[in-house]
Design a protein around this ligand. Sequence first.
Ligand code: PXG
Length: 441
Amino acid sequence: MPDTARSTANTLEPYFMPFTANRQFKSAPRMIVSAAGMHYTTDDGRRLLDGSAGMWCVNAGHGRERIVRAIREQAAAMDYAPAFQCGHPGAFELAGRLAALMPGSLDHAFFCNSGSEAVDTALKIALAYHRQNGEATRTRLVGRERGYHGVGFGGTAVGGMANNRKQFGNLLAGVDHLRHTHDLGEMAFSRGHPAWGAHLADDLERLCGLHDASTIAAVIVEPVAGSTGVLVPPEGYLARIRELCDRHGILLIFDEVITGFGRVGAAFAAERFGVEPDMITMAKGLTNATVPMSAVGVSKGVYDTLMAGPAGVELFHGYTYSGHPLACAAGLATLEVYAEEGLFERARALAPVWEDALHGLRGRRNVIDIRNIGLMGAVEMAPRPGEAGARGFAVYLECFDSGLIARQTGDTIALSPPLIITEDQIGELADILGAAIDAVD
Ligand code: PXG
């Protein structure tokens, strides 16, 4: 290798890092080099407890031999198969497994490669569905303030996190947002679902009144808003949204990229909360994050409507890597691990221990709210005056230096450990976080 190439390879500069303070990182890099079970190891040999399952995705823990073997064997047997007008058995098998795992009439899966792609796919399916149904006026898409639906143009537009939108101008036309469900005055320190707030769903009636329901194609919400800092839906809120969508002929999409695959103590939040959407977007835990893959779960009614269209290709949409053989192999092995080890049930059984450990941090320095459901949770701190997010980032760094990886969003620390976490490790996580909070002014 010529000297110039080697010197470039040794610098941190060329990598334009995603959703990262590049300049801060490159001045003090946090480099991770290996992972096993509940832990990461840094380049200087420190073990970190994984309090965030990577980024809400490594639900079965790291380095699972069975998944690794399945990927290796698939790569050797068939590296890739064309995804359009051809198929391979793994994709059909995985779609069948997902159909069995999803609630109610959700019985088809469309494969993509990231949560963002799954979201944009679901939005496009909603538009195509209404057009096929003779309701081509239904083009409006409704998201919710503080929602996160990835970074495609569709997902960014229906998303409601201000920082993710402000650099990108107008995005899509014909999008509106429900109000978010967070109110510290009414629901701070709720355990699980806040008792207050079901009526916030009636905001959908306001949008139906404003735009006329006949212009609205779909509502997309995260059953529990993850990225924005774990906002648990008020008791009865999602059922009310479902009711209003039914009344007005609007499709309901649950974005379960985070809440899917055991995070809330069931395969999907739809099952756990007893509310059935028309589509579910999923990613992350689908392959335990080993190979990028996502999917849109589609109801029988939506699928059958599209199949009733003109002969030929029913949906002009898809990706080179839709149903990639390595991802399918990883997904099948991952679902086997979840089932054999009962990890969704385990998450549900551990949830009360998790809840107690997190709420044990109440009263610590600057803590203004603690939220939890299943094995996800968040601790929110008051911002420093005029410096939103600075305290949260300082606590995140303090955790990293003390042996814990968490996620930070604004002044909230969000947590979502692998579902294999033990009770002792839950205690350890809470201890490290508590000490970090105390250490930061
Ligand atoms: N929908 C939801 C609900 C998500 O949480 C996406 C879509 C997009 O997925 P992709 O695979 O395109 O990134 C997500 C992703 C965090 C964090 O720490 C959250 C996500 C990704 C990275 C970090 O909050 N969510």
